[in-house]
Design a protein around this ligand. Structure first.
Ligand code: IVH
Length: 713
């Protein structure tokens, strides 16, 4: 489907006599490793690489093999625990009883089997209750003396993270309970991000050039992991409580009674819940819920069928993984047929050519869709999507439209494979792919389509923050050739600008007073720090964090051209070094920055910056140094150090020193880590720069800095 296939090559289970047992064991070990790896990606990094269905298939296969070959079962098998590793950066909370997961099924027959199993195991009369299965992050809330005192994630089921400060920012969660609520109460439920909030957050991240989240669940998990509650408060999170915790919930005979009590205490409960007499009733409710699943503010990926009578829970008990009194039923993702009317190729900020299918509008998962990205040249070719094709449309994470297959039997005999343009569709310029990249890019840095998007990005809030310069204004400025390069922003004539018509189509709208605001913001942008400028330029692979890391290791923008530090990142990679401490950035980013400043455009850009009198300062700038013990002392860091360089750079600056990117006559110390090239030390010898090791640097840092108490941290 729509996920990068991250499953590494797997040993197969062969039926070869004698050899079989070995292969089975090997396969089981592989499954354990693969599940653990994907757990890490999903729970810890909130960056899943395979679909839920693919994950479930791995899990099911492992569980089946363990049943068949119990002797081979790994005692630490993921089937014996609830997935999810506790995070770092938060205090740990032990769950009593453990927070379990749910057994899942995808077919109604499995629900009938579950019903038959309960007939055998719990013969007393029972009802079922059906609720939406909310796709978010499981959470335990503890109230003591009527106050919310602790919120904890599920983690691995036994131990989770204390995220109280973050959860307290969620408006729908009561911070206090009325006096009739138990004095000690623990409840459990799901924190989720609203669909609307998710769409808005992604739009905002996208605009800022940051990575977007794949779906609301990831966005929710990522938000709860933020270490700053003020940031969490800005995220549109909410919660539904659906289960008892370890305290204060014993007195309820039925689940629905308990939910009523929770609601009466102000706790948020599921907006949909049906009590039914039997499994046929439960299946009817599941279908009803399925029909309305897109009308909820949260994403639901299934329904949960629970026994209504809580008195049965104790005797039914639980497996290591899940309680025996409930089952999750997962809905098949919605898939609709539509037609590809056209394939257009858009040109983005970094020149990437993105093919987009223009579709016959269809309704899917609650909205009308008329376009779907086809990602890149390879993906179209692999799927062989053609203009005129009948295709299956799905929504990734129930949100992002994507084509999931072509109905080849319906294809017109006259149709032809889509020919990916070999020139930029906007400027007609050369196109090409960078090494190891699937994206095809327009190579013309002056391409108007790129320039429009680059200009918009240049002025974005997290870049140079030129408020009145949004998408429409960027389009007009480029169209009218008032701006031919982003730096033209600094030489705009306010009068000409104020007369500009920025209306669309037949409507006219003069830019007027905004012109002045724009020019003022541009003036202010000139003194923004290097990290903002570096991000604003929009070099491929240079997002905000990378820009920050690079800026911290350089004194000013003019130092980036031919930067020794960036070259070292490449050299370290070339000798297959594992030294991520030079700079915590990827080699592609270092390459891209060096290539930019070495390109004719990059050189012209710097020339123009000089003429404009702008040279943004990075973390290594001397002006930040202040009056510390290393005042006026300049350093160059090289080789493998035990901490990331930006960290050392920051410490040196805090102590008043400066960090340069290459050795010159002004360099006092060359701090040499491991694997230092001879050329560096030779240069140091030439300029009379003293070569010191990391220990000596630490000594220098701590010598005058009493507050550091000898420890460099
Ligand atoms: S009851 C012992 N009810 O789905 C667990 N869980 O995939 C009993 N979930 O771990 C949980 N909606 O985090 C229950 N209405 C609902 C739910 C629900 C979502 C989550 C829960 C569980 C996960 C399993």
């Amino acid at each position: 489907m729509l996920f990068a296939n991250s499953v590494s090559p797997a040993p197969a289970v062969h039926g070869v006599p004698g050899k079989e047992t070995m292969d089975v064991k090997e396969r089981m070990d592989w499954l354990v490793g693969e599940i653990n790896r994907n757990d890490e990606l999903y729970y810890v990094q909130a960056r899943p690489a395979i679909s839920d269905a693919q994950y479930d298939a791995l899990f099911e296969e492992l569980a089946a093999l363990e049943r068949e070959y119990p002797l081979f079962a790994n005692p630490d098998s993921p089937t014996r625990r609830v997935s999810g590793a506790p995070q770092t950066g938060f205090a740990q909370v032990r769950h009593d009883p453990p927070m379990k997961s749910l057994d899942k099924c995808y077919a109604k027959e499995d629900l009938l089997k579950f019903d038959a199993f309960l007939d055998k195991e719990a013969p007393a009369a029972r009802h079922y209750v059906v609720e939406p299965k909310i796709d978010g992050v499981s959470m335990s809330l503890l109230y003591s003396q009527g106050r919310l005192v602790r919120a904890a994630t599920r983690g691995n089921g036994e131990v989770g993270d204390d995220v109280t400060r973050n959860v307290k920012t969620i408006a729908s969660i009561p911070k206090t309970l009325p006096p009739d609520a138990p004095r000690e109460l623990e409840v459990r439920g799901e924190v989720y991000m609203t669909r609307e909030g998710f769409a808005a957050l992604n739009a905002e991240l996208d605009e800022a050039g940051k990575d977007t989240f794949m779906n609301p669940r990831n966005a929710c998990a990522g938000s709860l992991k933020l270490l700053d509650p003020a940031q969490v408060a800005k995220r549109p999170l909410a919660m539904v409580v659906y289960n008892a915790g370890g305290k204060g919930c014993d007195g309820f005979a039925t689940h629905s009674e308990m939910m009523k009590a929770f609601a009466s205490w102000g706790l948020p409960v599921s907006p949909y819940s049906r009590v039914v007499d039997d499994m046929a009733g439960a299946i009817a409710a599941i279908d009803e819920l399925g029909g309305m699943r897109h009308s909820f503010p949260f994403e639901i990926d299934g329904a949960v069928v629970k026994i209504e009578e809580r008195s049965m829970y104790g005797s039914l008990g639980a497996t290591a993984h899940s309680p025996r009194w409930a089952r999750a039923y997962k809905y098949a993702p919605e898939r609709v047929e539509t037609k590809v009317l056209d394939i257009v190729v858009q040109v983005g900020r970094t020149g990437v050519l993105t093919p987009v299918a223009v579709l016959e509008p269809v309704e899917i998962a609650g909205s009308v869709v008329s376009r779907a990205t086809l990602h890149n040249r390879e993906r179209i070719a692999a799927q062989d999507i053609r203009i005129g094709d009948a295709v299956w449309l799905v929504k990734a994470g129930d949100i992002i439209p994507a084509i999931d297959g072509v109905l080849k039997e319906k294809r017109d005999a006259s149709s032809a494979p889509f020919v990916f343009p070999d020139k930029c569709p906007v400027c007609g310029g050369e196109v090409g792919s960078d090494e190891g990249e699937v994206a095809v890019r327009c190579r013309n840095p002056l391409c108007p389509a790129q320039l429009q998007r680059r200009l918009e990005h240049f002025a974005a809030r997290n870049a140079l923050d030129i408020g009145s310069l949004g998408g429409r204004v960027s389009d007009v400025l480029v169209e009218k050739k008032i701006v031919r390069d982003v730096l033209d922003v600094f030489t705009l004539d306010p009068l000409e600008l104020s007369r500009l018509d920025v209306g669309e189509g037949d409507s006219h709208r003069v830019f007027g007073k905004n012109a002045e605001t724009l020019c003022k913001a541009a003036e202010a942008a000139k003194s923004l720090p290097l990290e903002r400028w570096l991000f604003a330029i929009g070099i491929p692979n240079v997002g905000q964090q990378v820009a920050k890391d690079i800026a911290a290791a350089h004194a000013r923008m003019s130092d980036l051209a031919g930067s020794e530090v960036l070259k070292e990142v490449l050299e370290n990679d070339a000798r297959k070094g594992r030294d991520r401490k030079i700079l915590p950035i990827k080699v592609e980013a270092a390459k891209a920055v060096l290539a930019f400043f070495d390109s004719p455009y990059g050189k012209a850009f710097m020339e123009r910056m000089r003429a404009l009198g702008i040279d943004p300062e990075g973390g290594g700038a001397s002006s930040k140094g202040g009056d510390g013990p290393l005042k006026g002392v300049s350093f160059v860091l090289t080789g493998a150090l035990s901490r990331p360089r930006p960290e050392y750079a920051r410490m040196i600056e805090e102590a008043g020193g400066t960090v340069q990117s290459s050795v010159s006559s002004k360099t006092r110390y060359l701090v040499a880590g491991e694997n230092v090239g001879a050329s560096k030390t030779a240069k140091a010898a030439k300029f009379g720069t003293e070569v010191i090791d990391e220990a000596k640097l630490k000594e220098l840092l701590s010598s005058g800095a009493e507050k550091e108490q000898g420890d460099v941290r």
